[in-house]
Ligand binder design. Structure first.
Ligand SMILES: [Fe+2]
Length: 216
């Protein structure tokens, strides 16, 4: 009997999808988009911070890919893209990661990392002072601080704590340089995570076909 947990899912082409993410990072990752370091540096630093704090693999991948929506917007020349990226990069990035087959434990924190900034800014006045100038500017465009009702709703939603953790790494991962793993290391991690995400989505289908086969 085949081990369904190890079976390669149908239409699984994680390697091809990772090549697309690599293309975005190689083509546009050198841009700072208003920050002190390049987008690729920022992604690597955020992922390294997540890993150093013992985050699970999906959240480390989310930390690495949380701003991929900026790069996707640049690639597609989406209206609204400027030299600080795209104000809806959270939604654009999460949609891309969902379409590629990442699990919701990856794309939901990405979708919520801007909301998490609005949440943290409402909870702690000092938090805003530590935002980068570009992040302060985008906060205004993204709806400013959350109201009390919005904060309650946010906390009740899924992956709220992961989104908050991701946001804190986001703010911390904007230094000039750090001795951290190169892009290939993080992309390999993302490929493992994507393969697992695609396999999990196809598991019920595989179970059904295996059951049908074994039942003759
Ligand atoms: Fe970021």
């Amino acid at each position: 009997m085949p081990d369904i947990r190890k079976a390669k899912p149908e239409n699984c082409d994680a390697a091809k999808d990772i090549r697309y993410l690599r293309y975005l990072l190689e083509e546009f990752g050198h841009l700072p988009l208003g920050e002190r370091c390049s987008q690729l540096e920022h992604a690597r630093q955020c992922a390294a911070l997540a890993q150093a704090e013992g985050a699970a693999r999906p959240l480390v991948c989310a930390a690495f890919l949380h701003d991929i929506g900026h790069l996707q917007a640049l690639h597609l020349l989406l209206p609204g893209t400027d030299d600080e990226g795209h104000r809806d990069h959270d939604r654009i990035g999460a949609q891309l990661l969902c379409q590629l087959g990442f699990s919701e434990s990856v794309f939901v924190p990405v979708a919520k990392h801007v909301e998490a900034k609005r949440f943290l800014a409402a909870c702690d006045g000092d938090y805003i002072q530590h935002l980068s100038p570009a992040s302060k500017r985008s906060l205004q465009l993204q709806g400013d601080t959350m109201s009390s009702a919005e904060r309650s709703r946010f906390l009740l939603g899924t992956y709220a704590q992961d989104a908050i953790a991701l946001r804190l790494w986001d703010e911390a991962g904007k230094c000039d340089s750090k001795a951290i793993a190169e892009m290939d290391y993080w992309l390999d991690l993302c490929e493992l995570e994507l393969t697992a995400g695609i396999a999990a989505k196809q598991l019920p289908q595989n179970i059904t076909s295996t059951s049908l086969e074994s039942n003759g």
